[in-house]
Design a protein around this ligand. Sequence first.
Ligand SMILES: NC(=O)c1ccc[n+]([C@@H]2O[C@H](COP(=O)([O-])OP(=O)(O)OC[C@H]3O[C@@H](n4cnc5c(N)ncnc54)[C@H](O)[C@@H]3O)[C@@H](O)[C@H]2O)c1
Length: 320
Amino acid sequence: MIRVALIGCGAMGEIVARDVYPAVDATLAAVVDPDADRAASVARHTGAHAYGTLAEALAGERIDAVDIRVPHRLHARVALEAVGHGRHVLVEKPLATSLGDAREIVAAAEAAGVVLAVAENYPHLRAVLDARRLLAEGRIGRTLAVRAIRAYRLDGVWARGWRESDGILLDQGTHQASLIRQLGGPVAAVSAARFRDTVTLTLRLESGVVAQSLLTWHSPGPWDQAEASVVGTGGRLDVVVDYEGHGGGCVTWTPDGPRRQTGENYYDSHRSIVDDWLDAVRAGAEPRVPGREGLKDLEVVMAAAASLDAQGAVIPVGEQ
Ligand SMILES: NC(=O)c1ccc[n+]([C@@H]2O[C@H](COP(=O)([O-])OP(=O)(O)OC[C@H]3O[C@@H](n4cnc5c(N)ncnc54)[C@H](O)[C@@H]3O)[C@@H](O)[C@H]2O)c1
């Protein structure tokens, strides 16, 4: 049985400790948070032992793999520490807050021969997997355009000072890059614009297709939202994401009428992410979103950030 240390017992750490680990084939051996109350509260519900640091957890338990759910600016430090001790790593998005750190993590994991997975949700959503299959089968013809949106209200457990100061582009941008890359392929260049903390991106894909993305924290109720649409020569495809119920799925619109494949909830993807990582560890195989793919998503975000600094200039991806 793979023994996991969960690092970070905040909102996300609590969700995976409560909803994911009891259902997967692994033992949650340690939960780590410098906030002793948070660590103790998550430990109480899981049976894991609580620690204040990863080093203490590694000294106190046999740990095979480390699941990192801490604020963005700590991802690199904790991931490098875990990889440095030869442990497999699952790290939340974004992989890191700089491309230098992200490349260092990827190189360190490859050198250590450990599995490095990034917790990007969209590649695990059935709606996105269905969309990729239908696009490949030509259900809506040749792709002409991709449009994606990440719109919800930053409140409740998600309203954190560190998140607001990192900004929506760093917090949500890799999700959008991941989704657009899943549906339209590699991104060649980006131009970005911002009004207050709402950001729009125009992405030129390597195929020549143009994609647009809107990221905002000022939309009440994200449920049943078409988070992406692909327009093709023969119709349209929508990726609908449901955060409340099980109405998410892929919908195609062609002259024959709409066809729906539905039945999932966004939060199911958190279990798929952990299952996929554990399967990769057991098999010594690549996870669905390995570090190198997380790095590609971050390259899009960093090109967008450079574009914001350059008043919307078109910035090639991967050259920062
Ligand atoms: N994939 C998704 O859908 C999704 C959704 C929400 C959050 N996230 C990601 O999860 C991560 C955490 O976000 P959150 O909303 O849970 O934040 P949070 O602020 O609620 O929790 C972070 C926790 O990390 C703890 N922490 C700080 N330094 C630490 C350290 N050195 N070692 C261990 N713990 C430490 C804090 O005390 C806090 O309890 C972020 O990377 C965020 O982007 C992903």
